[in-house]
Design a protein around this ligand. Structure first.
Ligand SMILES: Nc1[nH]c(=O)nc2c1ncn2[C@H]1C[C@H](O)[C@@H](COP(=O)(O)OP(=O)(O)OP(=O)(O)O)O1
Length: 167
């Protein structure tokens, strides 16, 4: 089984640097990690509508579906816990209304794209987040180890290229 999720990354320029909105997850899956804002699609909902709804619920920011740009797709596989398998649609947005505020789920924060807090994120984020934010539209499958935390390998679904994770 695979759960469909949508993640939305707000992008803005600040002092000549491109910055992205991420957030520290306060509850649920991945608690304590810095993650993209987003979550599961509801029944009958499009991925774009879910990205906008989750952004509104978790940060109070309003993004119009027409302001979303597709930024890639990542399949997260948890062989030891297949119920956690996810199909994540990635979006970026450069226009929105409102200011991100902390909610029960997320403590939002802006980060320079060239200084992403990868050490505080899921271990796989370094493989796809820089690509997604630069417009490369990655399509990857990330396979997690039995600890459900560390990465076993990453497959590029367009090229078939596989990278076994090196420690
Ligand atoms: N390996 C991984 N790397 C990553 O960067 N994000 C991952 C990941 N595996 C899962 N995620 C993200 C995608 C998704 O947005 C999130 C989990 O979904 P949710 O936020 O909906 O989970 P929760 O259990 O907190 O939500 P609810 O039960 O809907 O309240 O974790």
């Amino acid at each position: 089984m695979t759960v469909a999720v949508a993640l939305c990354f707000l992008l803005r320029e600040e002092s000549g640097h491109s910055c992205v909105l991420l957030g520290r997850k306060k509850t649920g899956f991945g608690v304590g990690k810095i993650v993209g804002v987003g979550g599961k699609l509801e029944a009958g909902e499009s991925d774009g509508d879910a990205a906008c709804r989750e952004m509104q619920e978790e940060t109070g920011v309003c993004v119009r579906p027409g302001d979303l740009e597709r930024a890639g797709r990542i399949f997260f596989d948890f062989p030891a816990r297949p119920a956690w398998n996810m199909d994540a649609a990635l979006f970026v947005a450069r226009r929105w209304s409102g200011v991100p505020l902390e909610s029960a789920e997320i403590a939002p924060s802006w980060h320079r794209v060239d200084r992403l807090p990868l050490g505080l994120m899921w271990q796989d984020a370094g493989h796809w987040l820089p690509l997604a934010l630069s417009g490369d539209q990655p399509r990857l499958r990330v396979v997690m180890r039995p600890d459900n935390q560390t990465v076993a390998d990453v497959e590029n679904l367009d090229t078939g290229h596989r990278v076994a994770w090196q420690f």
